[in-house]
Structures are given as C-alpha cells and as structure tokens.
Design a protein around this ligand. Structure first.
Ligand code: BES
Ligand code: ZN
Ligand code: ZN
Length: 497
C-alpha cells in the first residue's frame, strides 16, 4: 500500500471515491474547506438540513455523483464529538474506511479530515490512518477455499493535509504500514489452529522469518538442552504432549554490545487444554490463541527487522502444548525451575506461569536492563477488565508510566493492577517454595504476576496479562473478529521509545 499526500482533493474524474471526516454537531459551513463540487455539495447540504447526518463515530453516508461526476462518490464518515478526538478515533475510522473500500473493490482512495485533526501530532495522524486501514482490513482466510474481498487490495491511499504537515504524515503512515503488517504476523500466529502450530512449527516459522537478516541470532533450546539447563517447570508442562516444548530466543544487536538489552518474553502455549486439571469443553478452541504473548513478541520482532531500532533486544518465547495424557504432569507434582525454586503444582491449568518461570530465569541470566513479559495468563483478568484493556503489573513504576503513555497513543489499552506482598502469602506451600496457583478466587491476576516476580531476580520488569484482549467476537473499528494481536503495538512503540 502506497501512501501519498496532497494539499487539496483532486475532484477530477480520476478520483473515484473520497472519504470525508466530519464531527457530531457539525455546521454546514464545515464542508466548505473540502472544495466539494456544486452538485455533490448541494446533496450533502440537503442531507445535513434534513438531519440525516449524525457525525456519530462509525457512521457512513454515501453521495453518488451526477452529470460530469457520474461514477464518483463521496463517503462522509463520522468522527464523533470534536472534543473526544484522539489518534485512536482516527485509527478506528480508518479501519471502517478500509473495509468499506474493500467491499467496494476500490484500489485507490482519498481521505480528507477536518482542520481540527491538524491539532494532533502529524506523524501520529499519518500512522493511525495507515495502521487503521491495515488492521481493519486484516483477514485470516488461509483455510477458506473461496476467499472473499481479496481480489482488489488497496493499492494507494492519498491523505489530504496542509503542506507543512505532509512530511510527518507520510513518515508516520509508512511506519503504520510496518506496524499493521507486524500485528498481522501476530494475528496469523494466534489464529492458526494448534494442529498447524505446534511448538516445533512455531520455532520453524520464526527461524524462517528471521532468515539471514543481519544483526539477528536465533537460539533454539529443545527438551534435551532444557533438561541440561534444569528447566523443570517448562518441561513439566510439555511432558504431556507428543509435541515437545522449546525455548526460542532471538537476539537483535542494534547498538554497541556494551549496552544491556531489553527483553521481551511471551507465553507460547500452542494449545491449553488445562492438562489433567482439564478445562470445560465450551469455548476451549479459543485456547489455540494461548500463545498470544509469544505471537506479540514475534510481531515486535517483525517490526524490529523492518525499523531496525538502535537498541539491543532479546525476544524470548517459551513454547509448550498443555495436554492431558498418561505422561502428563499431575496436581501434587513438585517441579524445580532453572533458578532452583521448587513449585508444587496445585492446578495444571496454571501452566503459563510455569513456562514463563524458566523463560524469565534464562532471560535474567542474560543480564537485561528491563524485562517485559506478555501472556494470556488468567481468566481473572477477563473478569476484571472485560475486553477493554490488558492488565499491567510491575515492580517498577517507571515502566508502568512508560506503558501507560504508550497505550495513550496506540489505543492498545492497559490498566494497572496491584502487586502486593499479600499476594505472595497466597502462594505459600507446605512442601515446596511456591504453589503454582492459589486455589481460592482472590486476585487471580495479581497472584499469577506475583508468582512470575519470583523469577525476575529484581530486574525492572513489567507483566502484561492480555487474556482480556486476546480476541474479539465482533468486527469493529480496526479490530476484525478473531485474534486481535493485542500487546504487539505497545511492544513496538516500547522498543522504538
Ligand atoms: N490460558 C489460561 C488463561 C485464559 C483464560 C486466557 C481465558 C484467555 C481466556 C490460563 O492458562 C489458565 O487456564 N489460567 C487459570 C489459572 C487458574 C487455574 C489459577 C485460570 O485463569 O482459570
Ligand atoms: Zn491454563
Ligand atoms: Zn494458558
């Protein structure tokens, strides 16, 4: 998709469809600045007079050209209330525009926004528009024999803006293309069913993605190596499946090797049945997305390959399939993580924190500056936050502030939950150093995070529980139904910050 900029709208018949933004409570004169040709303008103003135009966010009204504008169209797209305008409003709008363009089989479109949009940061305006289109038109159709709407992908988008803002808009828009492609990588991985994405196939995918890219190094730790490294927690989860577990590490050197890396760690449970503590069957298929954390980390890796930030970064994904079988781990078993801590298994369905425990131990040994982990970790997170935000928990308020700031721009919302010493009390075992899960119903997201904290050895660390945001059951804004790739955009802005 090529992004172009222009100072005014080209109303010649070359332009087929123009998308025009407008606010709720607009005045008719607001349309003047677009230079809409007479017959079109009359139709728009007549609709406005008849109160057919609401300007509500997501609202679309189509005007078909007459006479010499035959074959041309204006689509008025509502931006909602003027004082509620943010880059995420634009991103959502762009998602709707993208799908509308796809449905009309358009390859080139023009977008113009009211002057108030100029008050937002120009590069974010460009980024949100191209990102929204890319994210909103995403389809997971590899398994469909008949693919719909792919025949005419959008080839070019012309953004109308004043001269001074154009360079920033274009630059932002180009970044937005990379970001949406990287989220698509994460969504593809999370949407791929577990029969086609075992831990080994995940490793193969990433190895192929990285290929021979300069500055990247892939390390694959298989079960044999994991045993030597005493990764008893990862191995315990993986032992019930015929598809063995892995720890996959990709190192990126974008700065001097004296500079400490930042580490991104993602839960990669390619399928979570719950193990012997088996889950109820309704909705269990969703658990093909229980590697959403690892998928987001690979999405960020994809962005790193394209944007090459001047940082050193470790991408770490523990991978396992959590199955019930004759060889599966049992409740009551005691395993030992790489740092020597013993863990009594109370519930084999609390497997994510176990594989993350060893991944965090391994990561800490690489002496990173900071660790950010992402995981579809707890059902309690879904109960607490619905689908509206991911939970963040941290031992470092600076990292919390960083992620809150990032999420303001990305719209990939986060909400902080507490991490108290009380939560560790709930993980006390009589026979081991820790329980893997507290068996009551209190503070499920916090106790899970508190468990993880036992393996970061004081390193500044932030945990993001994306169980709440991993999937969407509607198509809306820039989020099509299915796996969302949540967390990916926050990680990308974090590594670029
Ligand atoms: N993968 C699940 C968490 C999850 C639930 C993600 C719903 C997305 C949607 C995780 O492995 C799990 O099963 N957690 C348990 C922990 C409990 C046994 C302490 C849970 O949250 O129920
Ligand atoms: Zn589980
Ligand atoms: Zn899980």
């Amino acid at each position: 998709m090529v992004i172009k900029t222009a100072v005014t709208i080209d109303w010649s018949t070359k332009t087929k469809v123009v998308y025009l933004g407008y606010f709720e409570g607009f005045k008719s004169v607001d349309f003047n600045s677009y230079g809409i040709p007479k017959p079109f303008l009359d139709a728009v103003l007549a609709s406005a007079k008849d109160k057919e135009l609401s300007g509500k966010s997501g609202n679309q009204s189509v005007f078909v050209g007459q006479g010499k504008h035959l074959g041309q169209r204006i689509v008025l797209v509502g931006l909602g209330k003027k004082d509620a305008l943010t880059v995420d409003v634009l991103r959502k709008l762009a998602g709707e525009i993208g799908r509308n363009a796809n449905a009309s089989k358009l390859s080139d479109i023009t977008i113009a926004m009211p002057k108030e949009v100029g008050e937002l940061d120009s590069s974010w305006v460009g980024q949100s528009l191209s990102e929204g289109i890319g994210l909103g038109t995403y389809k997971f159709d590899q398994y469909l024999s008949k693919k719909e709407g792919k025949e005419t992908p959008l080839k070019s988008v012309t953004i109308v803006a004043e001269k001074a803002a154009q360079t920033a808009i274009k630059k932002g828009a180009e970044k937005g293309v990379v970001v949406s492609q990287s989220v698509a990588v994460a969504r593809d991985l999370a949407n791929t069913p577990a029969n086609d994405l075992t831990p080994k196939l995940f490793v193969d995918y990433v190895t192929k993605l990285v290929g021979k890219a300069k500055g990247f190094k892939v390390t694959i730790i298989d079960a044999k190596k994991a045993k030597q490294l005493k990764m008893g927690a990862l191995l315990g989860v993986g032992q019930g499946s015929i598809n063995p577990p892995y720890l996959l590490i990709v190192e990126y050197s974008g700065a001097a090797n004296t500079e400490k890396p930042i580490a991104l760690v993602g839960k990669g449970v390619t399928f979570d049945t719950g193990g012997i503590s088996i889950k109820p069957s309704t909705g269990m298929g969703e658990m093909k997305g229980d590697m959403g954390g690892a998928a987001a980390v690979v999405g960020a890796l994809n962005a790193t390959m394209n944007l090459r930030p001047k940082k050193n970064i470790l991408f770490v994904t523990p991978l396992a399939e959590n199955m019930p079988s004759a060889t599966a781990q049992r409740p009551g078993d005691i395993v030992r993580a790489m740092n020597g801590k013993s863990i009594e298994i109370t519930n084999t369905d609390a497997e994510g924190r176990l594989i993350l425990a060893d991944a965090l131990c391994y990561t800490v040994k690489q002496k990173p500056k900071e660790i950010v982990d992402l995981a579809t970790l707890t059902g309690a997170c879904v109960i607490a936050l619905g689908n509206s935000a991911s939970a963040i928990l941290s031992n470092n308020e600076g990292l919390v502030a960083t992620f809150k700031g990032i999420a303001e721009q990305t719209g990939d919302r986060v909400w902080q939950l507490p991490l108290y010493d009380d939560h560790l009390e709930l993980l006390k075992s009589n026979v081991a150093d820790l329980l893997n899960a507290y068996e009551g119903r209190l503070a499920g997201t916090s106790t899970a995070a508190k468990f993880l904290e036992q393996f970061v050895d004081g390193t500044p660390w932030l945990h993001m529980d994306i169980a709440s945001t991993m999937s969407s059951n509607t198509t809306k804004g820039y989020t099509p139904k299915g796996m969302t790739g949540s967390g990916t955009r926050n990680l990308i802005e974090y590594i670029l910050s």
